[in-house]
Ligand binder design. Structure first.
Ligand SMILES: NC(=O)c1ccc[n+]([C@@H]2O[C@H](COP(=O)([O-])OP(=O)(O)OC[C@H]3O[C@@H](n4cnc5c(N)ncnc54)[C@H](O)[C@@H]3O)[C@@H](O)[C@H]2O)c1
Length: 396
């Protein structure tokens, strides 16, 4: 812990908020980052009260605009090195854009924003200002996601033919939003969540997992967005048949009405030589099926290069597992920590005037966020046309 910690500011997170909690733990995970400020609530008075009650001292601001504008005139050691946006989807674009323009790197929750118009503007601004920007697709931070990415991209399972990428939940099987439950209320409102409820919230994770691990893009979709709970304004079941950029096919599916499924994100990738299976509810291992061979299970941090399946030159960063040794299970918070650790590395390089990556290899980039929004908009269009094949817009 010899590095001087960098300062992080929170946008959102007060009054019973959900995802701020894993983020703030992940920020403090390595002792090289710390939360020092927050604009935690839309009402300025409550925002300040919430900051005063934060479990450790942080500087409270009445609004994110105030926090971002104040940054330039703070003493060097109090300046924010990045902000984390943990507000509902309709409050992603404005703080992100304001921070980019003020020269503050942004780590933004998914989905990137509400629509393609906002996404286009964010990509352009990030490129123009040459500033680190990450999107918090949590599950890319599992060691096993990175290992799976290596296996597929190195061609160890041959050419990808078929992918089933899914995220199933059951928590919205009833009209929870009618009770005023905070997280359900905004997620089922198109003005606050965007054009798709289930697809935007968790279908984007399934898409990102597919793209990250395979390196393939979805080029066309045939989509069914369905609403099973009566009176709900957005889809709660999202089934998308996809054409992939290599000619393969995929199913990207998500549901919030599958009772019993909790956070059942998983991916199965079938190539010409074998199949890879991974589930985030058991995120410490992946299974490899090869024709006419016993199944192989690889555990985080316990692989042997040159074992008859893996080559001798497995990349050094996969072999040098920097967190707890295998067998002490890692999970959701560790994945978030790995994302923040990698984002911090890019922020420090940027601060030192060095070349930084933000290339989507360690955490989702602004372009990945754009692709999530482009996918959702194409799915909404296709579904409105009874599942007609619909091309995704050209990459920005
Ligand atoms: N990556 C993941 O695995 C994951 C998981 C859950 C949520 N999310 C994403 O995180 C975001 C937040 O989701 P959540 O479930 O934590 O929501 P939440 O409703 O629990 O919390 C949102 C917070 O934002 C605050 N807020 C709203 N408007 C604000 C404003 N103008 N200024 C300051 N604060 C404001 C709210 O008061 C609340 O504190 C969403 O975009 C969601 O999609 C991602």
């Amino acid at each position: 812990m010899s590095k001087k910690p960098i300062n992080v500011g929170l946008v959102g997170g007060g009054k019973g908020a959900f995802i701020v909690n894993p983020h703030q733990k992940a920020i403090h995970f390595d002792g090289t980052r710390r939360v020092t400020a927050g604009a935690l609530f839309p009402d300025p008075k409550i925002a300040l009260e919430e900051a005063a009650n934060w479990p450790y001292p942080i500087k409270g601001y009445g609004s994110y605009t105030e926090m971002i504008e104040a940054n330039a005139s703070l003493p060097e050691d109090q300046k924010l090195s990045y902000i984390v946006i943990v507000t509902p989807n309709h409050v992603h674009f404005d703080p992100a854009m304001k921070a980019i323009k003020a020269g503050i790197p942004v780590f933004c929750e998914k989905p990137l924003c509400l629509n393609l118009k906002e996404a286009n503007a964010l990509v352009k601004a990030v490129r123009q200002h040459k500033i680190p920007f990450g999107v918090a697709h949590t599950y890319l931070g599992h060691w096993t996601s990175r290992f799976a990415r290596y296996i597929i991209r190195a061609g160890l399972l041959g050419e990808v033919r078929w992918v089933d990428s899914y995220y199933l939940q059951g928590w919205l099987a009833t009209k929870l939003e009618a009770t005023g439950q905070m997280q359900a209320t905004w997620r089922t409102n198109p003005k606050l969540a965007g054009g798709s409820g289930c697809g935007g919230d968790i279908g984007t994770h399934a898409l990102m997992q597919l793209r990250y691990v395979t390196g393939l893009d979805v080029t066309q979709v045939s989509a069914q967005l369905e609403t099973f709970v009566e009176g709900r304004m957005l889809d709660d079941h999202f089934t998308i048949y996809c054409k992939l950029s290599n000619g393969g096919k995929a199913l990207v599916r998500a549901s919030q009405i599958c009772i019993g499924h909790k956070n059942d994100l998983g991916i199965e990738i079938s190539g010409t030589k074998g199949t890879l299976v991974w589930r985030q509810e058991e995120p410490e291992s992946i299974t490899i099926h090869l024709a006419n061979q016993p199944d192989r299970i690889y555990w985080r941090g316990a692989v042997t290069p040159g074992d008859g399946f893996l080559p001798k030159d497995v990349p050094a960063d996969l072999m040098a597992e920097p967190t707890i040794p295998p067998g002490h299970p890692e999970a959701f918070h560790d994945a978030y920590a790995r994302l923040h650790r990698c984002f911090e590395a890019d922020v420090r390089k940027w601060q030192a005037g060095e070349i930084f990556a933000c290339d989507g290899s360690k955490y989702a980039s602004v372009e990945d966020g754009w692709m999530g929004i482009a996918f959702i908009e194409s799915c909404v269009k296709s579904s409105a046309k009874k599942g007609a094949w619909t091309a995704l817009p050209k990459k920005i």
